[in-house]
Design a protein around this ligand. Structure first.
Ligand SMILES: Cc1ncc(COP(=O)(O)O)c(C=O)c1O
Length: 355
């Protein structure tokens, strides 16, 4: 602590990201990165943008990128003015919490969810009410039927991987016409149903996406939100009061190419989905209980073995998975879906550990 700190800093509890160890030959299944690289077209676009023009500021409104994202969702009737882009969806979320989720009434989100949400509440002084997941670790939309200033959760949820159907999301939207409802779809492309198609019917709905997962661009930092133009205007107002240029020229070029390369996106996300099905089968045959998942990770526990000990034993074999020392979930491991080879290494190691 320093006497030079602003008062707010003393009381912050910052988010702790999954570790990024600098070890060779690591099977890294701890931060839900994509095991396949980005589309080769993304790399070409970034190389082409690596030019003298870097001396110029990028387009502060990222108009071409907003248009490319709107175009991807063209069959849902999305227009560029309904799209907001930012430096990773974490930045988009940071702006959303300030622009749309700070109200008199408390913000609602699940007790087990993306652990950045309570951090933003702490940063901005937003009053939050945690809504417990049911005993099967599922979000129950009826539990959100109470007065609130807004609702946010990931669909599929993290770190459980469990999801709500579009019908359930619509039930929630109908019950809360006067509150912003934010659905964080970071993992939706691995088998979930996106709510983007609902934004034209529900002006209170904002859907958030990232290019870190299904488009394999965690290192580029790109996220976006889709919603009614009035919601986007709120985000633009906050963004332009904070940083006019959150998306740089290289990220803009790479992200546009990623949105345009539908073939690569389809191929890689389906490869991950089929590895997931295989991994679930393999882990279940080792006695694990695996929650149903439509994400690029699974959440699993073994009835006879302590999760922290399992994760340490895996680490000793250079395999890292995520363990949360938190109530209700401290016996689970969150395991990112890797390539079939990586999943095979994991399963072989677990066989050895459990023997
Ligand atoms: C639910 C959820 N939302 C948002 C993010 C942030 O992703 P990024 O900032 O890389 O776009 C993550 C990252 O793991 C996540 O799990």
């Amino acid at each position: 602590m320093s006497r030079f700190w602003s008062k707010v800093v003393h009381n912050l509890t910052p988010y702790v990201p999954g570790e990024q160890p600098r070890l060779h030959n690591l099977v890294k299944l701890n931060t839900n990165e994509n095991p396949y690289g980005p589309s080769p077209k993304v790399l070409e676009a970034i190389q082409a943008a690596t030019a003298d023009t870097l001396r110029l500021y990028p387009d502060p409104n990222a108009d071409h990128l907003r248009a490319a994202i709107a175009n991807f969702y063209g069959d849902q009737g999305i227009e560029p003015r309904q799209v907001f882009v930012g430096n990773g969806s974490d930045e988009v979320l940071a702006l959303v919490f300030l622009a749309l989720l700070k109200h008199e009434q408390p913000l609602l989100f699940p007790d087990i969810t993306y652990s950045f949400y309570p951090v933003y509440c702490g940063l901005y002084g937003i009053d939050a009410e945690l809504v417990p997941l049911d005993e099967d670790f599922q979000i129950r939309v009826q539990d959100y039927e109470r007065p609130c200033g807004g609702i946010i959760f990931p669909n599929p949820n993290a770190p459980t991987g469990r999801w709500l159907t579009l019908a359930e999301i619509e039930t929630l939207l109908k019950a809360h016409p006067d509150s912003p409802v934010v659905i964080d779809e970071a993992y939706v492309d691995f088998g979930g149903e996106s709510a983007v198609g609902l934004v034209n019917r529900y002006p209170n709905l904002l859907v958030i996406h990232t290019l870190s997962k299904a488009r394999s661009l965690a290192g580029l930092r790109m996220g976006f939100a889709i919603g009614h133009p009035e919601l986007v205007e709120a985000l633009d107002r906050v963004k332009n009061s904070f940083n006019s240029y959150p998306v740089d020229r290289l990220a803009m070029a790479g992200a546009m190419a990623a949105m345009e390369d539908r073939d690569y996106f389809e191929r890689t996300r389906h490869a991950i989905m089929s590895s997931r099905e295989q991994l679930v089968t393999d882990l279940e045959s080792l006695g694990f209980e695996v929650l149903p998942s439509v994400a690029n990770f699974i959440f699993a526990r073994h009835p006879g073995r302590d999760a922290l000990e399992l994760s340490a034993a895996l680490r000793a074999r250079s395999i890292i998975v995520r363990h949360f020392k938190l109530p209700r979930i401290d016996q689970f491991l969150r395991i990112t879906i890797g390539t079939p080879e990586q999943c095979g290494v994991l399963v072989d190691a677990l066989k050895e550990i459990l023997a």
